[in-house]
Every structure is written in C-alpha cells, then in structure tokens.
Ligand binder design. Structure first.
Ligand SMILES: *Cc1c(COP(=O)(O)O)cnc(C)c1O
Length: 391
C-alpha cells in the first residue's frame, strides 16, 4: 500500500459546501416536499447569452471539418485571445504576452502555488475564499498563515501596519464572500506595503465585471508600479456564465522577478507547459465572443440582471431588520446575524424561511456572526426569498 500525501491531513475535514449539502438533505428528509430557496452556492444560474453560445457551437462544429480542425494550442492560450483580453479588459495596463489563458482562475491559483513551493509564507483576507489556504497547505507549507481580518469595523480593509511580512499576499476584490471592493487608495496602500516588504500580491479579480461604480479599480494594475509586485487572476466564470465552460486567465507581468532576479513569467511558462496543456479551443472561441462589442453588451445585461436581484434582496433584508454589506459592486450580500452565530442563523433561515444561505464562519473566523447570500440565484428564487423574508 502507498502512504497518503500527509499534507492532506492539514486541510479542514470537509469542504464548506459539502456540509451545507448535508444540512439541506437532512432538512428535506424531515420535511419532504418543501421547496428550498437557494441563495447559497456561488454558481451562476442564467444561461449564456445567445450571441456567445452560438460562437461556442460554431467552434465545436468547425472542429469537425478539415479546414477548421485544430489540436493542441499554446499552453499560454490563443495569442489573439491573449491580445483581446489585454486590450478590452486592461487597456494600456497589460501586454498580450503577459496574459496567460487557462481553464479557470481557481485552477490557476492552484498552479501558481507551484511557483513558490513549500517554504512560502502567505497572508490571506479573513474571511477568505478557501483555495488560497488549502492550495498552499497542499504544497507542504508549514509556517502559520497570516489572517488579515476584514470586518465592517475596518471597512473590510486590513490594518497593514500591524501585519508581519509574508512572501505572498492573497487579495480578492470585489470580495467573495463579503461583497466589499477595495478603493484605489486602499490598493495603493497594499502595493506600497508589498514593495516595502518585497512581497508578491496575488490579486483575484474574478468579480471585476460586477463593479458598477466607475471610481472603483477593476484591476490591481490600475495602481502605478503594481506590475512589479502583483500577479492577477481573472475569470469568464461569473462574467459570462462560463462556470461550466471553464475559461480564465492570469496576468504575470514581465517586470515581476524572484529575489535572485530571475523572471517569474518565464517560470510560469515553464510551469504551464510542464503540467498543463492550455485551455479548450472551444472555450477560447467563446472567450473571444465575450470580448466582441456584442458580447460585451450581452454580458453587461447578464450582470445587471444579477445585480438588480442583489439590490432587491438587500432592500428586503434591510426591511426585515438585518444589517447588510456588499451587493452594490459584487454579487454577494454579507449580512450580520443578530446575537446568533453563523450556523445557528443558517439553520434558522433554513427552517423558518426555507432559504439556503452560506454561514460566514465557513470562510474563516472573522466571518463568524455573518451569513452570505448569493445573487447568482434565479430571479424566481430571489422573489421567493423576498416573500419568505417579509413573512
Ligand atoms: C468563482 C471564483 C473564482 C473563479 O474560479 P474559476 O475557476 O475561474 O471558475 C475565482 N475566485 C473567486 C474568489 C471566486 O469566487
């Protein structure tokens, strides 16, 4: 028999959403026939806009023709798509050859962790998206992970002056789960902090497309000098309903170097060509469609629809007496539970209102006392939730 990779023993026993599924199943066994209102998991529910789905279909059909067939592409992605991502989403900020297209942002975060190995030290926001921590632990990292508490008291931005130096700083804005977005001034502080400490920021911009306020930064590279200290990951998942199609990207700037002066970008190229063979050609055709003017208009409508659901839900929660954060520039509402802990509130919502939410404590200690509502629910579920809350 073969021994298990011992790093797995460092992970928390079960993934949050598996626990939630279990609670749902238990509830339904006791209450057969009850229809649950799902505001829990952060998965998209609206169909891909037709303009884009037709381009996906055309690319698939093309593969069945002699002239349209293609096999392996570049591990870094289709050069035309790399260029379009830089032009449309990072105008004058990033070069096409700094963009690396992939099968998704979470997968890239897992692979990025290879760049720094097991001796790395990291800081993450608390509450946090789980892969930053779990992926690091799987690499074999043993140093304590620094938690940057993000709560209403500090306007969801950590007090940097009290933090120790770490090699990497993971930062997600717009944030999952809190729905908060860092301002330009805050990101500038973060970039300055990384420069002083010679740290690298891994900036997760999966929800950049949901920012409504034009003053808020959609990319870390809007901060001058960030290309010397930051890697950014992005995704078509929430932007265009590609959670199942699978398409994302990572920006690794030319200027980013290891302490010995060698190029991180070159090492990234080596990594993806060694253990990855590039994203699906069909998915990439879909990505190109998203970045066409018609595609951009259609995803804007898609996002507006989710954000309007978020707004309606926020109003209804506030009317029911809840204190609500987020939901204005991100598809998540972060709701304070009055004098109850996260899991008790989760149960109460499930039992009294038949609403499935996500307990904030599942995202870290600083998430205790909060619950997350996802606006990726169907319009129907949002309406039902509003009705249930009113009663
Ligand atoms: C959904 C999500 C992603 C996207 O991951 P993909 O692998 O591209 O689907 C990345 N980061 C955060 C914080 C997310 O919530």
């Amino acid at each position: 028999m073969v021994a298990k990779n011992l790093n797995f023993s460092k992970l928390k026993s079960s993934y949050l959403f598996i626990q939630i599924e279990q609670k749902k199943t238990e509830f339904l066994e006791k209450n057969p026939g009850v229809e649950l209102i799902n505001l829990g998991i952060g998965d998209t529910s609206s169909p891909i806009p037709q303009f884009i789905s037709e381009k996906l279909a055309a690319a698939a059909i093309d593969l069945g023709t002699v002239t349209g067939y293609s096999g392996y592409g570049s591990s870094a992605g289709n050069p035309q798509l790399r260029k379009r991502i830089s032009e449309v989403l990072y105008p004058n900020l990033v070069d096409g050859d700094e963009v690396f297209v992939s099968d998704g942002s979470k997968c890239d975060i897992g692979r990025l962790q290879i760049l720094f190995g097991r001796d790395v030290t990291i800081a993450v926001q608390d509450p946090t998206y789980p892969v930053y921590v779990d992926g690091t632990l799987l690499q074999g990292a043993t140093d304590e992970i620094v938690k940057m508490s993000c709560t209403p008291e500090n306007h969801f931005f950590p007090d940097l002056s009290s933090l120790p130096r770490t090699d990497l700083i993971y930062f997600c804005s717009p944030n999952n789960p809190t729905g908060s977005v860092a301002t330009k001034e805050q990101l500038k502080q973060l970039v300055d902090f990384a420069k002083q400490n010679q740290s690298i920021i891994i900036f997760d911009s999966a929800y950049a497309g949901f920012i409504q306020d034009p003053q808020l930064p959609r990319s870390i590279y809007e901060i001058e000098g960030a290309d010397e200290v930051a890697i950014e990951t992005g995704s078509f998942s929430k932007l265009a309903g590609f959670t199942g199609v699978r398409l994302g990207w990572t920006i690794v700037p030319q200027k980013l170097k290891y302490s010995d002066g060698s190029s991180i970008r070159d090492t990234w190229i080596r990594t993806i060509s060694t253990i990855y063979n590039g994203p699906s050609n069909i998915a990439q055709a879909g990505g190109l469609a998203v970045l066409e003017p018609e595609g951009q208009r259609s995803v804007k409508r898609l996002i507006e629809q989710y954000m309007s659901g978020a707004q309606k839900l926020a109003v209804s929660l506030k009317q029911s007496g809840f204190v609500v954060y987020g939901g204005e520039n991100a598809p998540y509402l972060w709701v304070r539970c009055e004098d109850k802990n996260s899991w008790d509130s989760f149960h109460e919502l499930l039992e009294k209102s038949h609403i499935v939410s996500t307990p904030g404590a599942g995202f870290g200690m600083a998430g205790e006392g909060f619950i997350r509502f996802s606006a990726f629910a169907t319009a129907d579920d949002i309406e039902k939730a509003i009705e249930a809350l009113a009663n």
